[in-house]
Design a protein around this ligand. Structure first.
Ligand code: BEZ
Length: 329
């Protein structure tokens, strides 16, 4: 089905709706059971069951049990899966405007990231998802800010040049590390621990929760605390599932999924310092750096992505407005 036909079909069916029935929903995601996204998915299912007086249940499939994010998206499009929590990276592979979220230093910290993801521009970006990829985006969560964890000592960006840096497989982060002179190495989360352990990679682009919970610090000497990018996720509902729900059920599932993803953002704001301290106490040397660490890479990335999507300028404007409000007494 072409994008246009898929969009038109969804819109036509949205107008008609269909009768309510008890449902056993399925939600897929790639994060392991201990991860905040997985815990949010479980909490969403629990609340959905209570709120529907037991008529709706949710089975959660974490840790790529149903496949990669590309496969999850296909399942959503066919209606074989009802919900997913997806990294914005997979969305960006199909909707390049979402790459704007990965602009280096778009926001200063995890609190500002949460504010931007709760804002108007981010919300409006979700509106084109049904037409473009056949799923409804209900709201954002995130996995904090990106840092660099190195097997060896890192003092300057020169220590990363020519080194294999594991990245989440998608273009904005690949561009960033290529411009930095590193060798970006796309790799799913599940393969990272072994790759660090056996020296297949020299460093990883990652957030503090995963570095701590999946023990990536076991094989690392340096954590470059750079906060260089945010890492959002989005809660999505299959277009086919959406069409099978009545209006009040759509409202219920959207509200609850959005609520639990929003709580994930608050949890990152609360917990980041705790994870940072734990990693430091595990014996990893931390260096705190700002944009200057990356030199001209930042302007070069911006030039490429400003041309790829006008959304970058819109998001930057909102982020700047938020930042100036935060500093105005
Ligand atoms: C990653 O690919 O780095 C990642 C994916 C999902 C959650 C957190 C990190």
């Amino acid at each position: 089905m072409t994008r246009a036909t898929l969009g038109a079909t969804l819109l036509a069916l949205v107008a008609t709706g269909s009768p309510a029935q008890a449902r056993e929903f399925r939600l897929g995601l790639i994060t392991p059971p201990t991860h905040l996204w997985t815990q949010a998915a479980i909490a969403f299912g629990d609340e959905l069951e209570v709120a529907s007086d037991g008529s709706h249940r949710l089975a959660v499939f974490p840790a790529r049990q149903l496949g990669t994010e590309a496969q999850l998206l296909q399942l959503l499009q066919t209606g074989a899966l009802d919900f997913a929590i997806l990294t914005i990276s997979e969305i960006t592979n199909r909707m390049p405007q979402f790459g704007a979220f990965y602009a280096p230093y778009l926001v200063a910290d995890v609190g500002a990231a949460a504010e931007l993801l709760r804002g108007d521009v981010a919300r409006e970006m979700l509106l084109s998802m049904p037409e473009e990829i056949g799923v409804f985006g209900v709201g954002y969560g995130m996995a904090g800010m990106r840092q660099i964890l190195g097997r060896d000592t890192i003092r300057t960006a020169a220590d990363i040049r020519g080194k294999k840096v594991r990245i989440t497989p998608f273009v904005p982060i690949r561009d960033f590390y290529q411009l930095l002179g590193a060798a970006p190495t796309p790799m799913p989360l599940a393969s990272v621990y072994d790759a660090l352990a056996n020296g297949q990679i020299d460093a990883i682009d990652m957030d503090l929760e995963v570095i701590w919970k999946l023990k990536y610090y076991d094989y690392a000497e340096t954590l470059v605390l750079s906060n260089h990018m945010m890492f959002p996720c989005v809660g999505v509902i299959s277009g086919k599932t959406w069409l099978a729900l009545e209006e009040d059920e759509r409202k219920l599932v959207s509200r609850l999924l959005r609520k639990h993803l929003d709580r994930v953002m608050s949890a990152y704001v609360e917990k980041e310092r705790e994870w940072e301290t734990a990693i430091r106490e595990a014996g990893v040397a931390l260096i705190e750096v700002g944009p200057e660490f990356f030199g001209t890479t930042l302007q070069e990335w911006e030039a490429i992505w400003a041309e790829r999507t006008p959304t970058l300028a819109t998001l930057r404007a909102e982020a700047a407005a938020n930042a100036s409000q935060a500093t105005t007494p």
